[in-house]
Design a protein around this ligand. Sequence first.
Ligand code: SF4
Ligand code: SF4
Length: 239
Amino acid sequence: MQIQLNYVDWQHAAKANVGNPWVRNVVNAEYLYNRLAELHIPCTIMEPLLGGRLSKVPNHIVAQLKQREPEQSVASWAFRYAGSFPNVLTVLSGMTYMEHLQDNLRTFCPLHPLSEEERRFLHHTADLLMQYPTIPCNDCKYCMPCPFGVNIPAIFTHYNKCINEGNVAEAQDENYREARRAFLIGYDRSVPKLRQANHCIGCKRCMAHCPQGINIPGEMHRIDAYVERLKQDISAISS
Ligand code: SF4
Ligand code: SF4
C-alpha cells in the first residue's frame, strides 16, 4: 500500500500539509506505517521529501545536518529516514536532474539505515521545522496587486528569509534579541511601511489567485501579530 511518509509527516502531518489541495483527511505517517506493519502489508512511500521541502530546509538546520555528515546531501537524510523502516518496500522519489539520480544512488546503494539516535535527531529537526514553518510562496505574484496596497510576496519573502537565517524567534529563544532586531530592521527595508501586513483588511480577494493555496489574509494577520509583539518588546525595554 502506498502512503505518504517522511520525518515531518511522521508526527506533524496535519500541520505540514495545511493548504495542500492534494492532501485530504491527513493522518500521521506514524499511524499509517504502524497499522500496515501490524497487518503485514508492505509499504510504498511517496513524498519522502515532503514535496521537496526537506531538501530546502532553513540554513541553521542545514548546518546541523552538515555537521553530522559533511559529505551527504540534505535530501539524503530524508531518503535514509524513509528507507530505514523494515516494512518499506520502495521509496518513490521525483527526480528532475542527473544530480538527483546520482544522489539517490549514493544514498540507497547501499542504504545505511538510521540509528535510533539519528531517528530521534530527525524527529527533533521536524519539531523545529514545524515550530517555525516557512510559507510556500514562490514569488509568482499572481496575487498582486492587492487593492489595499499590501506587498504580499515581499512580506512572505522577508518572513521566509528570516526563518531560513534563524531570525524568527520567541522571547524564550536564546537568540531572541538579535533575531528581533534583524527581523524588524529588515522588514522596514524590504517592505515600505504603507505596504506592510498591517494594511491587510482580510478581504480575501487575493486568495483565489494563489496557486499554492496559501491562506494569505491568515498569514498576514499572523505575521502582523508577530511584528507587533516584537515592537512592543522593544518599547518595553526602552521605557
Ligand atoms: S486579503 Fe489582504 S492581502 Fe489579500 S487582497 Fe485583501 S487586503 Fe490584500
Ligand atoms: S500568488 Fe501565492 S505563491 Fe504567488 S506570490 Fe502570491 S502568495 Fe506567493
